[in-house]
Each structure stands twice: as structure tokens, then as C-alpha cells.
Write a protein that binds this ligand. Structure first.
Ligand code: FCB
Length: 440
């Protein structure tokens, strides 16, 4: 029987937590929240399936924090919604929004959980799309101001904070592949946002440092790329995939440069002063967040813009997203950060988890055995790294609740807790109880 009994072998101060994000759980119809690019994208591309209600976390947050506490977790990673704090413009703050995050942080701290806020998890106020959102560095400047505001207003309630969740998704997935808001598909936009989202990070770090004594991080999503076979073309294609998906961001943050192959394609679209800005982008951070889900098999495929590869999936066991179980990739990236980038920086696994087609069975139980297996195989990799004395300090399961899974709407369930989207009832799944058994 696969279980999580080895959780007890982690060091006492290892931080186990769960993660969520604002747009995916809060419900934008509550508390004067403004519109974001996701509301617009949902209307245009997803038949209006949006985050208006989501999990109604705004009204249920106390219950949700209690669920985290009762499972024995020690930390909670969540994000601030920019359009909730500044719904209409960049000056007039929404007091209901401020009040919500104050109450939320108070509840987290009263429950002796550690708050790990993220400033940006994709819900960009729609007004910025008039200036093309992240394609314009004005947005980055405003992001610096938002960061200052958050630190000044809430900064006494937490120690660690991260600036941006998954810059690859904000840029490439949303501006080259067009799968996420704002749904753009062109290489110029992609290249600009690949750089600007990192510039935004630098603006945020500067603002946070000027305001408070935080431990600052950024959350990168790394995906393992494997050549589909040993053909030289496919090996080169995999290198390019790895640079665009992974190294672009870690090279910039830790080394102040962009990787060669990717740069040879994207450089012509970058602002002239990008090298100067890379100096700011690589100013030191205090910890790094790693989100990890799966691998891709990479095959050479000629294209007009130089992005000559395609991603395939293999024959390993898959989640409901069609993502393969590939736990080896998690320890691979932990080691890579440590050995190739910074051998001191504390590493937090800020997201890892799986979608499963969960169904209620008799007695309101949810037998999500596959999810327990997913956590089992990934956490074993993490434990091995801890035992090898790598500085991995925490692990956050994605996610506390079934929620709005972006372009998939409510059809993909990632929660440790089942959400009934009709009445907002929360029903812990077996995976939740499995964590509880060994964490409590
Ligand atoms: C990550 C996102 C998170 C969630 C998971 C499944 O890329 O950060 O919001 O959607 O994937």
C-alpha cells in the first residue's frame, strides 16, 4: 500500500504547506474586485467560464485556513489579487480588499501558520491591456508600486514573499502559445514579455527592499525536457526548449545573462538596454521557489520564427491533465539550482501536485489513490535531496482546494480537498487525510 509514512523522516523544521492563488479561489464577484485579463480572456475564449465565483474563498477563508491547520501543515502560500486592491486605477485603493487580506493574514498567523504571499499570480488588472500589459515597461513600474504598497500595508505579517509566479507562463505560454490570458500568439510579444516580466521582478525587489526586511524570492516553473530519441537534431531542439522554458529565467536571475540559443532567436525583439536591466534583474534574492509537474519529450520541428521544436508526451503514467509522472525531474532541478546556480540559496518546492478525475463515493469519501502515489514518488525525491544535504527547506502541495484551473475552467481537480462548486462545500479527500496522518 503506497502511503506517506516517510513524511516523518523529514527534519523537524522542514516546512510543509499548501498553495493556492487569488483568481483561482477567491471569487471576483465579492468585495468590489476589479476586472483582470482573465475575466476578459474567459469571456473571449472560454465561453465565459471565469473566476467570478471560484471557491468563494472570500467568504470561506476561515474554514479554508482551518483545513490547512487541521491537516498539520505549517505554511500557506497564496497570492494577492492586484485588481482587488486597485480595481479602477493605480491610485485609489479598495478598502474592502485591504481588509480582506488583513483578516486573512491575521487568521493565518493566529493559526500559527507561516504566510508565503506571492505578489503576482496572473490576474493583471484589465486596464493594463490598453498599454499591452507586460509588453510595456510602464506595467512593470506600476508593479513596483504595488509591491511597495503590499509591503507597507501588510509587511509586518510575513517574513517571506515572492514577486512573481511562473514568469514562463506569464510570457511564453500567454504571448507565444496563446493558451493563457491575454491569449497572444507572436514571437515579438513573447520576447518582450520574457524580458519585461523579469524587469518587473527587479522593480518589485527594489521596492520591497526599500520598505521592509523581507526574505524575497521568485517562483520558477521548471519542466524537464528530454530528447525524443538520440538523433542530434532532437538533442539540439531539447537544448532550445530547456533554454526557453527554464534557463532563460534562472540564467537571468542568478547570472545576469540570457542563454545563447534562445537569445539568438529573441534578442532582436528585446529593448536596447536589456543588458543594463539584466544587472538589476540579477540583484540577489534570498530564496527560490520551484514549481514542478512533469517532463516533455522534445522533437525537432522546423518553424518560421526559429523556435524549432515540438513537445510530446510519452507513455508513463499520466494525470488528468495528460501530464506524465516524472518525479526524477524534481530532484534534477533541485540539484541543478544548487550546483549550477547558487549552492547556498534555500529552495522551496512551491507547487507540486496532480489533477485527478475525483468522484464522491459512498459516505462522501474521495479515494484519490493516484494522487497519494503522485505525492509519494515526488516527496521521496525531495527527501533524498534533503538527506544529501541540499538546502531544500519546504514543500507546498498544489492545491488546497479544487479550483479554477485557468483555461480548463472547473474541469480539472487538483485539490487535497474536494470543492462542490454548487454550494461551496469542502470535502477532504483521502490524500488530505494521508498528509494529516503523518503531519499532525
Ligand atoms: C501552475 C500554476 C497554478 C496551477 C498549476 C496546476 O502552473 O502556477 O496556478 O494552475 O499550474
Amino acid at each position: 500500500m503506497i502511503n506517506l509514512s516517510f513524511l516523518q523522516d523529514f527534519p523537524k523544521d522542514f516546512n510543509f504547506g499548501v498553495a493556492t492563488s487569488s483568481y483561482q479561489i477567491e471569487g471576483t464577484m465579492y468585495g468590489n474586485c476589479g476586472k483582470s485579463i482573465w475575466d476578459d480572456f474567459a469571456e473571449r475564449k472560454l465561453n465565459g467560464i471565469d473566476g467570478k465565483l471560484a471557491c468563494n474563498h472570500i467568504e470561506y477563508f476561515k474554514e479554508d485556513i482551518k483545513l490547512i491547520k487541521d491537516a498539520g501543515f505549517k505554511a500557506y502560500r497564496f497570492s494577492f489579487a492586484w485588481p482587488r486592491l486597485f480595481p479602477d486605477n493605480n491610485k485609489d485603493v479598495n478598502l474592502k480588499g485591504v481588509d480582506f487580506y488583513k483578516q486573512l493574514l491575521e487568521e493565518i498567523n493566529n493559526c500559527d501558520l507561516e504566510a508565503f504571499p506571492t505578489i503576482y499570480h496572473w490576474d493583471l488588472p484589465i486596464r493594463f491591456q490598453k498599454i499591452k500589459g507586460w509588453e510595456d515597461q510602464e506595467t512593470c513600474k506600476h508593479f513596483g508600486e504595488l509591491s511597495f504598497f503590499i509591503s507597507k500595508t501588510f509587511g509586518d505579517q510575513f517574513e517571506k514573499i515572492s514577486t512573481i509566479n511562473e514568469p514562463w507562463c506569464v510570457s511564453w505560454l500567454s504571448h507565444y502559445l496563446g493558451e493563457h490570458a491575454p491569449g497572444i500568439k507572436n514571437i515579438q510579444s513573447a520576447a518582450k514579455t520574457m524580458h519585461n516580466i523579469l524587469f518587473a521582478h527587479s522593480q518589485s525587489v527594489e521596492a520591497l527592499r526599500s520598505c521592509n526586511d523581507h526574505q524575497i524570492g521568485i517562483v520558477l516553473n521548471n519542466q524537464f525536457g528530454q530528447p525524443i530519441d538520440s538523433n542530434e537534431e532532437n538533442i539540439q531542439a531539447t537544448k532550445l526548449f530547456d533554454e526557453i522554458h527554464n534557463r532563460w529565467f534562472s540564467d537571468a536571475i542568478f547570472k545576469g545573462k540570457y542563454p545563447e540559443l534562445a537569445l539568438s532567436i529573441l534578442e532582436k525583439y528585446l529593448p536596447e538596454n536589456y543588458k543594463t536591466q539584466l544587472e538589476l534583474i540579477s540583484s540577489p534574492i534570498d530564496w527560490i521557489g520551484l514549481n514542478y509537474y512533469t517532463r516533455s519529450l522534445i522533437k525537432y520541428k522546423k518553424s518560421d520564427d526559429g523556435v524549432d521544436y515540438e513537445c510530446n508526451s510519452g507513455t508513463l503514467k499520466k494525470t488528468d491533465m495528460g501530464w506524465e509522472f516524472y518525479p526524477e525531474g524534481l530532484s534534477y532541478f533541485i540539484k541543478r539550482i544548487n550546483k549550477e546556480y547558487d549552492n547556498n540559496i534555500p529552495i522551496y518546492i512551491t507547487e507540486n501536485g496532480m489533477a485527478n478525475n475525483d468522484k464522491l463515493s459512498l459516505g462522501n469519501r474521495i479515494q484519490d489513490h493516484d494522487r497519494i502515489e503522485f505525492f509519494n514518488v515526488h516527496l521521496k525525491e525531495v527527501l533524498n535531496c534533503v538527506n544529501e544535504k541540499l538546502p531544500v527547506k519546504g514543500y507546498f502541495a498544489w492545491s488546497l482546494l479544487d479550483n479554477y484551473e485557468w483555461a480548463f475552467g472547473y474541469s480539472k481537480r487538483f485539490g487535497l480537498v474536494f470543492t462542490d462548486f454548487q454550494n461551496f462545500k469542502r470535502i477532504p479527500k483521502n490524500s488530505y487525510y494521508e498528509f494529516q496522518k503523518y503531519l499532525k
